[in-house]
Design a protein around this ligand. Structure first.
Ligand code: UTP
Length: 228
């Protein structure tokens, strides 16, 4: 597997976007690319997590409900990729690794409570020797602060994992993970994995970033060039 594509769950709120990503993944696979595609929970996860929270469910159950939503989205995409994608949604890392040895595309959602699908993307990348995650996110870049609340927030072209970690500190609750959780940062750091952030709405740009013809919104790199 040479690339892990992480799709925001928001993609699954729009069937045309799901179709566009299915076409892109199919084209990449037929050009010889091997891909892991990890998908988020989107509206289904938000809705069910909110309902379960109102019912007083535990944090662990909220996560398990979120995982079920991500797997439903994964099944939707996988069903549009018959013939190129492993025809199941792996429920363990071992299953994902085994599937990646036999299929050009493996589509998965969540794996276990206490993390986001970005952690799944990091674990799948690490386990398959992949050095790059393209995160098709609900933001177009990493910003110095939240651009929705701070008009002075600036997009960053490149950040290190240390800088990203400082930006996301204190946001790990079910349904609130944005770009990454602290665990995914740790996995990317120990295995030297980079992550490119691109807005999921711009499928053409995502394709260009995958092919190396366009620049991502932000490159998240393990450490500064030249420092070790
Ligand atoms: P995500 O937070 O990753 O999907 O998973 P999302 O909400 O669609 O976010 P983006 O747009 O992809 O970033 C949904 C929820 O599922 C649970 C968490 O509660 C998470 O908030 N989850 C997901 C897990 O508990 N474990 C996993 O391995 C993955």
């Amino acid at each position: 597997m040479r690339l892990v594509l992480k799709l925001s769950g928001r993609v699954f709120d729009d069937v045309d976007a799901v179709s566009a990503y299915a076409h892109m993944v199919r084209d990449l696979a037929s050009d010889g690319h091997a891909l892991g595609v990890v998908v988020g929970g989107g509206e289904a996860a938000r809705r069910y997590i909110a309902a379960a929270r109102a019912l007083g469910s535990s944090e662990a159950d909220l996560d398990r409900i979120g995982i079920a939503a991500t797997r439903l989205n994964a099944m939707l995409l996988m069903s549009a990729l018959r013939g190129v994608a492993y025809p199941r949604v792996p429920e363990t890392l071992e299953e994902a690794i085994a599937a990646s040895e036999r299929w050009p595309v493996v589509v998965l959602g969540g794996l276990q409570p206490g993390q986001s699908t970005t952690m799944v993307a990091a674990l799948v990348a690490e386990a398959t020797g992949t050095r790059l995650i393209v995160n098709c996110a609900n933001v177009d870049a990493v910003y110095t602060d939240d651009p929705r609340t701070n008009p002075n927030a600036r997009p960053l072209e490149e950040v290190t994992l240390d800088e990203l970690e400082a930006l996301i500190r204190g946001k790990a609750h079910a349904g609130t993970y944005e770009l990454a959780d602290p665990w995914s940062v740790a996995v990317m750091r120990r295995s030297g994995i980079s992550m490119y952030v691109v807005d999921w709405r711009d499928v053409g740009r995502v394709r260009g970033v995958v092919l190396g013809t366009e620049r991502p919104g932000t490159r998240i790199i393990p450490r500064l060039h030249g420092s070790d």
